[in-house]
Write a protein of this length. Structure first.
Length: 233
DNA sequence: TAGGCCATCTGGTCCT
DNA sequence: AGGACCAGATGGCCTA
């Protein structure tokens, strides 16, 4: 089957649409797709579309593979069938010209298999890292809820970080307010800023940033993050 | 059935 | 030279 460029561009467009919609209203969107408790801490994770990494793999699948790699599904690994060698190129022809394909030395072929295996491993590591990220960001971790997509994971993590920064800043303001009577001249005691404020907190005004400033800064953040904000820009 | 998401293969580029 | 990283292409699975 030759999907062709139209299919590819269509997929890319769809993803860009998702990106745009998420950047404008991420929480609402994600909440709808992944459960109403998207921002409640749940116990455990790995809802997972069990479809991926099914654990059933061709017995002869790249014996040089690591154990982790063998978790991957044995999907159309052209490593296994020598008749089809890789996808077509952007012009519709084979990625390897017909003559290259027939004359391909065995050595070159094994080199290719090694490269493929490395790339697979790399992608598995990347997915492991994403799983780790999913496990620490708050969304509905339950078997009945679909696992966050990669893009949703990244966007939700970003929003979560921004939200935490905001919460930290507000806490600092409260502490500063409570301490006003004792230390009028020092806005924030050093002990209350143990994480390197400049690095963590994105506002130049540090503890004095207004809700308006934050709402302006987080133009890509979902509006629901700032429901409390009565200080509209 | 179309669209979303994903794993995999592949060639190109950059870095060590 | 070899490995890491990246993006394009392809096809499978799942869901609305």
């Amino acid at each position: 089957m030759n999907v062709g460029e139209e299919g590819i561009f269509h997929g890319a467009d769809a993803r860009m649409d998702e990106l745009k919609s998420i950047s404008n209203d991420a929480l609402i969107d994600l909440t709808q797709r992944y459960g109403q408790s998207a921002f409640s801490f749940g116990a455990g994770h790995g809802a997972g579309s069990a479809g991926r990494y099914p654990g059933s793999v061709g017995a002869d699948f790249l014996t040089s593979q690591t154990a982790k790699s063998t978790e991957s599904g044995g999907e159309h690994t052209s490593d296994e069938d020598d008749d089809s060698f890789g996808p077509v190129d952007s012009k519709g022809g084979p990625a390897f010209g017909a003559d290259k394909r027939t004359k391909k030395p065995k050595e070159q072929r094994s080199l290719r298999l090694n490269i493929n295996a490395r790339e697979r491993r790399r992608m598995h590591d990347l997915n492991d890292a994403l799983d780790g990220l999913r496990s620490v960001i708050p969304y509905a971790h339950s078997p009945s809820v679909r696992k966050l997509s990669k893009i949703a994971t990244l966007l939700l993590a970003k929003n979560y970080i921004l939200m935490q920064a905001q919460a930290l800043e507000e806490m600092r303001r409260v502490v500063a307010y409570l301490n006003q009577g004792q230390t009028l001249t020092s806005p924030i005691p050093a002990a209350l800023a143990p994480f390197g404020q400049a690095a963590v907190y994105p506002f130049t005004g540090t503890a004095l940033a207004t809700c308006a400033e934050k709402c302006t800064t987080y133009t890509g953040a979902p509006s629901s993050l700032f429901k409390h904000c009565s200080d509209k820009p």
